[in-house]
Design a protein around this ligand. Structure first.
Ligand code: PLP
Length: 394
């Protein structure tokens, strides 16, 4: 009568969404000011003023049929051209508008890309901890997911483990830097090591292995941390970008796929991207927001509050006895659970209205993710709760 597989996906929402819904319910019961919801990556800072200004200007100046009409399936040409020029100016690359496929955010970018690449028997390497939806997207595309845990101490890729995971079935590896859920950023040395390994494996198996760079957090880095532009290090790189976090526009669903000319059979792969977009119903990304992001390239929401939050949280939890790696980017803190079972720790935290996500669904048990895209004031109000929770363990 219906697809059991889809029923299962719909009936059991992600752990993150479950906790997010619990938070909403709990807020109704005890008051929003009394719960400390660190569950979901919903940006807490408003979109920059230029977003609303651009929307108003476009609404006032562009005929409605044009502004809200279908664009080409791949996206509007002037938007794709502006993207190519912006990235070329910023990263000294040589992209053309023909390399870009506009999408409804990174989720669509990823699922289209995976469907476009899939051939029977393909495997996808995913580095844990990872964004849980990767598994849903990859398996639906037909790929077998091979999880490679990162180094327990640094949460950086374990290159020896990646090397042994790659085989003749490996189609691609996904990297996400800055990372959700760990906040870890791959520096240039790390990127070079990874790319050299992929080059070696391409030669060894005499096949293309694609590096899929999932980049919703590219601009969210702190201090002088830089995020290398991966297409410059490895030819077979496909970028899946989203404006959800950089411009605080997650509900508007806008992003793109970039298939550079350097990718093997790039023209054909781009056509496969178009085909996957068509087959999945992801044609013509939201038109108004294509035109909006065109005017906002290089702009971001005011991201400094995330750095303030990171410092406040890292200092607090380490002072209280918890262990965590200081995140260099994104807005997540990956904290070691003081008891083996992270879900049990999250239940205990709930007693104090602290809502964290246990790390099991990120493929890396024994941790919790604390999403600090919240107001600094909420973190300050939560400090006594953190103290009470710590007292149960240390
Ligand atoms: N990839 C990662 C690592 C994410 O954290 C998210 C959203 O939180 C996505 C992809 C999906 O982003 P979008 O809202 O653009 O679909």
């Amino acid at each position: 009568m219906f697809s059991n597989e889809m029923y299962e996906l719909g009936a059991h929402s992600s752990v993150i969404r479950e906790i997010f819904e619990y938070a909403k319910k709990r807020a109704e019961d005890v008051g929003r000011e009394n719960i400390f919801d660190f569950s979901i990556g919903n940006p807490s800072v408003p979109a920059p003023e230029i977003v609303n200004e651009t929307i108003k200007r476009l609404v006032d100046s562009v005929p409605s049929t044009e502004l809200h009409g279908y664009t080409s399936a791949v996206g509007d040409n002037s938007v794709r051209q502006a993207l190519a020029e912006y990235l070329n100016r910023t990263y000294s690359t040589h992209f053309r508008k023909e390399n870009f496929y506009m999408t409804a955010g990174a989720a669509a970018s990823l699922t289209i890309t995976l469907n476009a690449l899939y051939e029977q028997g393909d495997e996808l390497i995913v580095l844990a901890p990872y964004f849980p939806e990767y598994r849903v997207f990859a398996e639906k595309a037909g790929m077998r997911v091979k999880v490679v845990p990162s180094d327990e101490k640094t949460l950086l890729p374990d290159f020896a483990a990646i090397e042994s995971a790659i085989n003749e079935h490996t189609k691609a590896i996904i990297v996400n830097s800055p990372n959700n859920p760990s906040g870890v950023v791959l520096d240039e040395d790390c990127v070079k090591t990874l790319c050299a390994l992929l080059e070696k494996k391409q030669r060894e198996f005499n096949k293309d292995i694609f590096l899929i760079s999932d980049e919703p957090y590219r601009e969210l880095v702190y201090g002088d941390v830089e995020v290398p532009y991966l297409t410059k290090y490895y030819n077979n790189t496909i970028v899946c970008y989203s404006f959800s976090k950089s411009l605080s526009l997650p509900g508007e669903r806008i992003g793109y796929i970039l298939v550079p000319d350097e990718v093997a059979s790039s023209g054909e792969i781009f056509k496969a991207v178009c085909g996957a977009g068509r087959a999945l119903g992801f044609v013509c990304a939201p038109a108004l927001f294509q035109f909006v992001v065109k005017e906002c390239l290089g702009k971001t929401a005011e991201l400094s509050v995330y750095e303030t939050n990171r410092d406040l949280l890292v200092n607090t939890v380490t002072r209280l006895g918890f262990t965590c790696a200081k995140p260099d980017g994104a807005f997540y803190l990956f904290m070691k659970s003081p008891e083996k079972d992270a879900a049990a720790f999250c239940e205990r935290a709930k007693k104090y209205e602290l809502l964290f996500v246990p790390s099991d669904s990120f493929g890396f048990p024994g941790y919790v993710r604390i999403a600090y895209c919240v107001s600094t004031e909420m973190i300050k109000r939560a400090l006594p709760a953190f103290e009470k929770l710590a007292k149960e363990y240390f």
